[in-house]
Design a protein around this ligand. Structure first.
Ligand SMILES: [Zn+2]
Length: 79
């Protein structure tokens, strides 16, 4: 079963479209049913957009991504 923690763990690959189909479907099913995770994905995507991901891929380093992930994870309620 796909749980909120899995969404956090897979968020980066999800944004980069690097998930395999099975994981992708499970994640989208979960975000469709879980408002917390939907908000999490939206927020993450927006933060990456703001930091210029679309224009300059290289700007968002793995370190930046990790920081974003940890920031969002710390805000997320465990469920
Ligand atoms: Zn969730």
């Amino acid at each position: 079963m796909f749980i909120c923690r899995d969404v956090v763990e897979n968020i980066m690959d999800y944004i980069d479209n690097e998930l395999d189909l099975k994981t992708l479907q499970a994640l989208e099913k979960h975000t469709g049913e879980c408002p917390e995770c939907k908000a999490f994905v939206d927020t993450y995507r927006r933060m990456l957009d703001l930091s210029g991901k679309m224009k300059e891929q290289t700007f968002v380093t793995p370190e930046v991504r990790e920081r974003l992930k940890n920031l969002l994870k710390s805000r997320m309620k465990p469920c």
